[in-house]
Design a protein around this ligand. Structure first.
Ligand code: ACO
Ligand code: LMR
Length: 262
C-alpha cells in the first residue's frame, strides 16, 4: 500500500527542485538578469518580499556601513587572534562571530523590538519607557557607545538617519522615537547616543523586516569585514598573538609555598 511519510522539515523561503534555485518563487538568474542585487536577495530570503528600489537602496547602505569598524572591536579582534594562531578562515571568522551579542553588534533585534514597544506603550512618555527598560531589561539595546558620543558623533549613524529621512519616503516612527530617546539619554551621559545597532534596528523595523531577522543584518555585514581581517593577517603572514604582561593586571595572590596535602 501507499506509505505516508511525515515531512521532516517545512520550508517557506526557497526551492531548488527545478533547474535552479528560486528565492520566494523567483529564479535566481532572472533576478540577476533583471538588475536586482544582493540586498534584494536578502529581503527575499529573510522577509519573503521583493523590496522597492527605494527600500533596497536603504538595505544596501545598512550592509555597506556596518561591514567593518577596524581591528579593535570584539568581532574583528577575535578573528585576528584566530588568523594569527593559524586557524582557517571559517573557524577564525566564527570566532569573531561568537562575539556578536548583547553588547557588540547583536543589539539590533532588541533595539528594534523595544523601540517598537516604546512607540506603542509609551508614545509620549520617554522617561516612562526608560524606567520600564531599566526595571525589566537593563541597558537600552541600541543606545551607548564605548568611544562615540555627542562630541565624537558616529558618522555612520548620522549618514543613515539623514539618508533615510531626507532622501527616501520611508515612514520612520520607530527611528523617530529612538532619536527622541537619544535626546534624553545623552543629556544624562554624552556617550549614550543612538548607536549603529540601534539605528539599523529601527530602520529595519520601519522597513517591516521580521523582528528576529534584524541581528542577521549585522552578522551578514560584519562577515565581510571579518573575512577581510582574516585575509589581511594571512597576506602579512602574521605571527601568533600573545598578550604582553603590561596589558594584563595580574591581581593574583603572591607566590607562596604549596602546603602538604592533608
Ligand atoms: N542604556 C542605559 N544606560 C546605559 C547604556 C544603555 N544602553 N549603556 C551604558 N549605560 C550606562 C551604564 O549603566 C553606566 O552607568 P553608571 O555610570 O551610572 O554606572 C554608564 O552608562 C557606563 O556604562 P558602561 O557599561 O561602562 O559603558 P560602556 O562604554 O562600557 O558600554 C556599551 C558600551 C556596551 C555599548 C553599552 O552602552 C551598552 O551595553 N549598550 C547597549 C547594547 C548595545 O546597543 N550594543 C551595541 C553597541 S554598537 C555595536 O556594537 C556595533
Ligand atoms: C562597531 O561597529 O564595531 C562598533 O560600533 C563597536 C565599536 O566599539 O566601535
Amino acid at each position: 500500500g501507499e506509505v505516508i511519510v511525515e515531512p521532516l522539515i517545512r520550508t517557506t523561503i526557497s526551492d531548488d527542485r527545478g533547474e535552479e534555485p528560486r528565492y520566494a518563487g523567483y529564479a535566481a538568474s532572472e533576478l540577476c538578469a533583471k538588475g536586482y542585487g544582493i540586498e534584494d536577495v536578502v529581503a527575499l530570503l529573510w522577509g519573503k518580499k521583493l523590496p522597492t528600489r527605494e527600500e533596497s537602496e536603504i538595505i544596501k547602505r545598512i550592509i555597506m556601513i556596518s561591514a567593518d569598524h577596524g581591528p579593535a572591536v570584539s568581532g574583528a579582534f577575535g578573528t585576528i587572534i584566530g588568523a594569527c594562531a593559524g586557524i582557517d578562515m571559517p573557524q577564525a571568522v566564527s570566532a569573531g562571530m561568537t562575539m556578536i551579542g548583547p553588547r557588540f553588534g547583536g543589539a539590533v533585534t532588541n533595539a528594534g523590538k523595544y523601540f517598537k514597544m516604546g512607540v506603542k506603550e509609551y508614545p509620549n512618555d520617554i522617561p516612562g519607557f526608560l524606567a520600564w527598560m531599566k526595571k525589566n531589561v537593563g541597558p537600552v539595546p541600541g543606545i551607548g557607545h564605548r568611544v562615540k558620543s555627542l562630541r565624537n558623533p558616529d558618522q555612520r549613524v548620522k549618514y543613515l538617519v539623514s539618508y533615510v529621512k531626507n532622501e527616501t519616503s520611508l515612514h520612520t516612527p520607530i527611528l523617530n522615537y529612538a532619536l527622541e530617546v537619544e535626546k534624553i539619554t545623552t543629556a544624562k551621559k554624552d556617550n549614550l547616543i543612538l548607536n549603529v545597532d540601534g539605528t539599523m534596528g529601527c530602520i529595519l523595523m520601519d522597513l517591516g523586516f521580521p523582528e528576529h531577522s534584524l541581528n542577521g543584518f549585522f552578522v551578514l555585514a560584519r562577515t565581510i569585514g571579518m573575512i577581510g581581517h582574516w585575509i589581511d593577517q594571512n597576506n602579512q603572514n602574521s605571527r601568533l598573538i600573545r598578550l604582553y604582561d603590561y596589558l594584563i593586571n595580574y591581581a593574583v595572590k603572591p607566590e607562596r609555598p604549596v602546603p602538604d596535602k592533608k
